[in-house]
Structure formats: C-alpha cells, structure tokens
Design a protein around this ligand. Structure first.
Ligand code: RNT
Ligand code: ZN
Length: 416
C-alpha cells in the first residue's frame, strides 16, 4: 500500500492536469482561520450559575461529560484544537465571563471578567471573537433591544456597550481584530399587530450602542438576522432586511447564519451579492435540519458551496465562524467534526479550477461545465487532506477518534 506522501504525490499529478497546484492549495488552507464557538462545549450554558437557555434556541441531549467550569471548557478546547489542523480563533459569548470577585450582571461586565480568556488565547496564539449575550437572562424573557419597557431596553443597550469595550480589549491584548456579533432573539409567537415599532426601537438601540466610542480598526461589529426561533415563529424583529439595511447604512458587517433562512434559501447564493456592496461579510456556518438551525457541520453540498464562494472571493473578505450546539454526542468530537468538515470544504474549493469553470460558463459551454463539475467531485481530495493533516501534526483519517475516546474515558467520564 502507498504511504500518505506517495498517495499525495499521485493526487498532485492528477490535480495538475486540471491546472491545480496542490502545494499552493495546502499553503492557502493553512492560512484560513475558523472561529470555533466556545458554546458547543457546554450546551450554551456559560458560567453565570443556574440559568436556563432561552431565546428560542435549544441544545437537546444529555451526553455525559459536559464542561462545567472555565478550566474544563478550556481543557476541552485544547483537546479539540490538538486534533484540528491549522491555526484558528475562538469565539466567546458574554455569558462565559469568569468571575473571581463576585458575579457581575450583564450591564456591569468589564474586560477584567475576560482576563483569563485573554491569557488562554495569548498562550496559544489564538485570536478572539465576541458576542454580547441577549438571552438566558431573567429580563430577556419578553424582549431585549426592541423592548417596549424602557428600563429593560436601557439594560441591554448598556450590555452592548460594555461588550464593545471587551471586544476592543481582546483586540488590543492579542494584536488581532475582534469580530463582535449582535444577535437578539426578540420576536412573537403569533402574528403581531405592529411590525414596525419593535424594529424602530431595535434601530434606536443599535444606534446608541455603536455611538459608544470604540476603535473601528480593532473591533468589527456584525449584526445577525434570523427568520424564526422556537416560540418566535411568526415574527422576529431582527429580520434579514432589517440588518442588511442597518449594516449597509452604518458601515457594519452583516453576519449570515446559514441556519437562519427559509429552507430553500441558500447563504452560498447571498455571499456574492453582499460582497458587491460591502468589503467583508461574516458567516456562521451551521446545518439546519427541520426546526433546528444548529446541527454539526457536515461535508455536505451547502457547506461546500459556501466554501467555493469564500475561495472565489478571497478568504480575507469572509470572517468565518461556526455555530452549532449538539448535546447528544461527545461535545469535543462535535467541534472536531464540524471544524474538519469546514476545512475539507475549503480544501475542495481550493482544489477547484474556478477560472476554467468560469470561462466555460462565459462561453456558454454549459454541458461541459456540468460534466466537469461532476467529474471533479471524485478527484482524490482524501489523499490531499490526509497529507495536510499529517504535515500539520494530526491524523488524517478516523484515527483521531481514538484520542477522543481516550479523553472521554480519562477526563469526560469522570465529570459526575
Ligand atoms: C441563534 C444564533 C446565534 C447563537 C449564538 C449562541 O440562532 O445563531 O448566533 O447561536 O449566539
Ligand atoms: Zn448564529
């Protein structure tokens, strides 16, 4: 049997015939950071004590071994990163603040509550991204930034401003810009009488948050829409049109989560339009299944199509993060599977002769285009992937799971 390098050399020859240099592809793949979401590690629980997950999102399942403390979560993140090739980023939520001298409410959060995360990131050379948490809180039950109650609205505006400071602190400390993404769950289960007033209040709240002083070189603010949530089936205040316009008018980034649109509406088809009008776009890559928008990312058609768009436009224009939470399987494995699948999709995109395919389209050689797109699907990407993993110090095939099983036995199973 051929070894990994020999298989790679063969694959390299095959890709060369369609004009692809696999060495160049692998170098490019190594440079694409994916922001790994901390919330897969503990079912979006955070460290504020006993609060239920709210906001129309749900993590179902109770697979043993969930991280319960910052130390456990960090240990699990380290394990996951040790089996994912390349250098990435971490995406934190405000409810993952680490309190050493008493709990601070969301409107009292300060950079010091994230000092431990900065220390963690610094040691590992990771960049950090951030999210204010507008859910899982007693006064987020009715509405947050769109609330008709001025006191509630003011509380959440203050939270947003505090988070801007924390995001700026991350960027300053780590010397890497931080993406701060705003998502709110506000909406109605049934048909609202007034669709405008809540949106007008959300607009005003966002205006107040971004009016706070912050360094725009360091913090990129994004806004994330959603078509519905559980219990918010008829109307969400932060709809796609709302945020797309808000971002365009205020020079913010639009964050597209591919679980947040109607089932036949594809984020892969939106990226090219967004990038004609904005220099950058942010993504939450996930997998919608029926009512849920947050299954583990697969190496499936839409993930691959999104990856092609990222590569065609230039990966520096797309801030790429993952967003799923599955509590029914080993959580560390969930991270690894989702991250590696996203990387495989990027690799396949890097191994695609885009110019050749585009010229077939321009010449209206559409039969040949279809044929070639389909033939390329069975090119030996697996041999290139294995080589990438091995040269980056992780196993290419399923052997990585042995280590996760061992970790489960040694560490996760003891968390009772
Ligand atoms: C929810 C949004 C949002 C959250 C995270 C936890 O539907 O996708 O991005 O998943 O903020
Ligand atoms: Zn999301």
């Amino acid at each position: 049997m051929l070894n990994t390098r020999e298989r790679y050399e063969q694959a390299k020859e095959m890709y060369k015939r369609v004009g692809i240099d696999t060495d160049v592809a692998l170098e490019a793949l190594k440079q694409i950071p994916i922001s790994m979401h901390c919330w897969q590690g503990d079912d979006v629980s955070g460290f504020e004590g006993d609060v239920d997950l709210s906001g129309g999102i749900q993590a179902t399942g109770n697979y043993p071994g969930k991280a319960r403390t910052p130390q456990e979560l960090m240990q699990d993140i380290d394990k996951a990163f040790s089996l994912i090739p390349g250098h990435h980023r971490m995406n934190l939520h405000a409810n993952y603040a680490i309190f050493e001298d008493g709990i601070a409410d969301r409107n009292e959060l300060e950079p010091k509550h994230f000092a431990k995360w900065v220390e963690f990131a610094k040691k590992r050379g990771l960049g950090l991204d951030f999210n204010p948490t507008f859910f899982s809180h007693p006064i987020a039950e009715t509405a947050t930034l769109s609330s008709e109650d001025e006191e509630i609205r003011a509380f959440w505006i203050e939270h947003g401003k505090r988070c801007l400071k924390i995001a700026e602190y991350f960027a300053t400390e780590l010397g890497k810009p931080c993406l701060m993404n705003i998502w709110i769950p506000d909406g109605y289960k049934d048909i609202p009488a007034d669709r405008t007033a809540p949106r007008a209040r959300l607009k005003d709240s966002l205006d107040q948050i971004i009016a706070a002083e912050y360094d725009k070189e360091k913090v990129m603010v994004a806004v994330e829409s959603k078509v519905f949530g559980i219990g918010m089936e008829s109307y969400t205040v932060g709809s796609h049109e709302f945020y797309m316009n808000y971002a365009a008018k205020n020079d913010l980034l639009c964050l597209l989560d591919n679980g947040h649109y109607h089932p036949t509406e594809m984020v892969s088809d939106k990226i090219s339009s967004m990038l004609l009008f904005s220099p950058k776009v942010a993504l939450h890559v996930t997998r919608p299944v029926r009512w849920d928008s947050d299954h583990i990312v697969l190496f499936d058609d839409e993930t691959r199509e999104i990856a092609k768009e990222i590569i065609r436009h230039g990966s520096e224009k797309v801030l790429l993060g993952l967003d799923f939470f599955d509590a029914s399987v080993n959580r560390v494995a969930a991270w690894i599977i989702g991250m590696r699948n996203t990387q495989k999709a990027l690799l396949q995109a890097l191994l695609t002769p885009h110019e050749k395919l585009a010229s077939l389209q321009e010449e209206r050689q559409l039969t040949e285009l279809l044929m070639l797109q389909e033939e390329l699907k069975l090119y030996p990407i697996g041999d290139v992937w294995d080589y990438f993993c091995e040269t980056n110090g992780v196993s290419g095939k399923e052997q990585w799971f042995e280590e996760v099983k061992q970790y489960e036995a040694d560490v996760l199973a003891k968390r009772v």
